[in-house]
Design a protein around this ligand. Structure first.
Ligand SMILES: C=C(O[C@@H]1C=C(C(=O)O)C=C[C@H]1O)C(=O)O
Length: 74
């Protein structure tokens, strides 16, 4: 699942992901709410992944998005 801020409208991230090889999973794009002051030009990706019990998710926040979730970023 991808979301993009309203200022990003040149392409569908799902299409790009398919072109990069994600052909066996359903993909979806949606637009974020245009909240005043929110980070612009931002793509969010949510993945549903089954992990073994001894594995842990590693949440990735790039660039200026590191301020969004100080509580879970690595
Ligand atoms: C402000 C953010 O973005 C928005 C708020 C979210 C949230 O509160 O969980 C998640 C995605 C966005 O709709 C964020 O990612 O922190």
């Amino acid at each position: 699942m991808f979301t993009v801020t309203p200022d990003l409208n040149a392409a569908f991230p799902a299409k790009a992901a398919r072109e990069l090889g994600w052909t066996n999973v359903p993909l979806m794009c949606a637009q974020e709410i245009d909240v005043p002051g929110a980070i612009p030009f931002c793509i969010r990706v949510m993945l549903l992944v089954n992990l073994a019990q001894d594995q842990q998710a590693n949440h990735i926040y790039l660039g200026k998005t590191t301020v969004l979730r100080e509580d879970i970023k690595d």
